[in-house]
Ligand binder design. Structure first.
Ligand code: SF4
Length: 297
């Protein structure tokens, strides 16, 4: 089920460049996300109390983006556009809708670089277009000569265990499909890597599990891993905190008390957990000779 909406703006300018994802702008063709991952905070009330369980399609996004990018290009305000920061840009209906594809064409027209994050193999449809963008995009001044790419493609995983993925991210392409798609993009010369986020407490955050995830990313051509822990928000039925604990109750009831203890009264695990996760990530990335940042410089 999807709803049509019209928007006044589709290009969001960040206050400063995002260090991790290298973004200056974000564009989301949809509101909500049909992939419906259990842990995803875009569902529920975190953003303005809006129930985003119904996918909203910004049908006039191309004409709005055209005007907004034309102005930015005229002023030389080039920067990476994050496509899919609060929705996957390749939900099933994109196959016939081609909204994401139209937006990419406009970014190409004005030579803007793009960082696409997805859990879907549908991105393969746009490989040739992305290749042209990779060559032609104008990078922001601080990344010129450092990145060598106008396109960054990140595939997202919270686990590489098929069974776990089918529970927590059932709407996504399978783990194997995502890894194989990453390999294809790598073989075509793209800068590719993985968002390992959120890693799931007691399910995919142990040294063994993280080691396996990082090793798979490396094996399938990933050049970097961006790793982060779980965040849980809200108390309404559609909120990810409620949905996540319901899922744990159903499939891993033994993990509910320890997960609640880990999260405490916060939306995120303790600072110590996050520090330990960071240390472990750095150690394992070093072992597998893979970066924990996108740029090599
Ligand atoms: S694919 Fe991304 S945006 Fe969509 S539900 Fe999953 S985590 Fe959220």
């Amino acid at each position: 089920m999807a709803k049509v909406v019209r928007v006044k703006s589709v290009l969001n300018k960040l206050k400063s460049q995002d260090d991790w994802f290298l973004l200056d702008y974000t564009v989301n063709p949809f509101m909500g996300c049909a992939l419906n991952c259990t842990y995803c905070y875009i569902h529920g009330s975190k953003y303005g109390g809006e129930d985003t369980s119904v996918l909203q399609v910004k049908t006039n996004a191309p004409e709005v983006l055209y005007k907004q990018l034309k102005n930015r290009a005229r002023n030389g305000e080039y920067g990476f556009i994050g496509l899919g920061t609060s929705t996957d840009p390749y939900p099933p209906l994109e196959e016939e809708q081609e909204l994401t594809r139209e937006l990419l064409k406009i970014m190409y027209r004005f030579k803007f670089p793009v960082h696409v994050s997805t859990k879907s193999t549908l991105i393969l449809r746009d490989l040739e277009l992305l290749k042209k963008m990779d060559e032609k995009a104008i990078l922001p001044t601080n990344l010129k000569g450092k990145l060598g790419h106008g396109v960054i493609v990140s595939f997202s995983f919270s686990t590489v265990d098929h069974q776990l993925a089918s529970i927590f991210e059932s709407g996504a392409s399978t783990v194997e499909e995502r890894l194989e798609t990453m390999q294809m993009f790598s073989d075509e010369g793209f800068l590719v890597g993985a968002n390992l986020m959120p890693v799931l407490p007691f399910l995919s955050d142990s040294e063994t599990k993280l080691d396996e995830m990082i090793s798979k990313v490396k094996e399938y051509g990933g050049e970097y891993v961006l790793i982060a822990g779980l965040t849980l928000f809200g108390d309404k039925p559609s909120d990810c905190k409620v949905r996540y604990y319901e899922t744990l109750e159903k499939y891993f009831p033994d993990l509910v008390p320890q997960t609640r203890r880990l999260m405490g009264n916060s939306f995120a695990p303790s600072r110590k957990y996050q520090y330990d996760l960071w240390k472990l990530s750095e150690k394992l990335a070093k072992k597998h000779n893979i970066r924990t940042r996108i740029s090599s410089e």
